[in-house]
Design a protein around this ligand. Sequence first.
Ligand code: R5P
Length: 329
Amino acid sequence: MSEIMLFAGNSNTLLAKCIARNLNINLGKVNVSKFSDGEIRVEYLESIRGKNVFLLQSTCAPQNSNLMELLLLADAAQRELAHSVTAIVPYFGYARQDRRIATIRGPIATKLIADLLKVSGIDRVLTVNLHSDQSQGFFDIPIENLSGHLIFLKDAWCKKAYHNPDNFVVVSPDAGGITRARFFAQNLNSIDLIFVNKHRTKPNVLETSDIVGNIENRNCLLVDDIIDTGATLISAAKLLKENGAKKVFAYCVHPVLSTSAVDKIKHSLLDQLIVTDSISLSEEAKKCKKIKQLSIASILSEKILSITREKSLNLNLTQLNKPSEITIA
Ligand code: R5P
């Protein structure tokens, strides 16, 4: 088995360090900096010849710079004759631009990024909760779409608020998220599945209208993949509370938290937002008492080991201490 070497771009070094610690290795030495004109400069500071190189980089903001760092790291790795180059992209930016909308003369950005990753020399991509499952079809190299939801389930199983099906319910903040919400409902004590009818008038502008299902006097758990401006979850929380919900909590994998999202969350009717470290939190977000971050380092470490040992990954209930059986979507 070739040796594992893990390197990180500048997007998420803390997560990379956690993974390295789990794997009992040192984070690889690499210099990812900028020339005076702003061009990105990459230099490996140790030999990677013949090694299984893993590059960890979320393509979150600053998206273009983070993406370019990843592409240059991959290009350098293949030129240095690494045995394999795997990109770990916990948050895959541009994944929401995955189709051409009839009224807009635009690109399919996700497909373009998939092609760029391949051309740069990446052999395999690992990502977490890619915005749409079918985007995997854009990739001509193997891609594995891991789920951060197990981390949330483990958290939920410890919370009393989610134990009584009479006063707890899982809610999807839009019709597109129903499959995700069903997974949570099946694995928690939520008998009903509720959804909010969300409608966008233009990008980042939202109108929520009605709730499908009964939430009166119940604690509501919203589940989503991305929180960006916060509009989806904040307006859903408001609507749920206005219609008689008790507490409103949310699990959301990717904390994009753009513009003034953190401030809006602080002043919203959302009682708690739990996210992962697929994207590092800003200082403002770290200070916000309503926001809690859980790590996906264990999932990514296990996956790296399973790849290098050529074994399938069996992340399951025993590792997560769930007393009864669950199904993993
Ligand atoms: C939409 O399809 C996604 O699943 C999220 O609901 C959306 O990206 C969240 O964006 P925002 O926080 O800006 O409403």
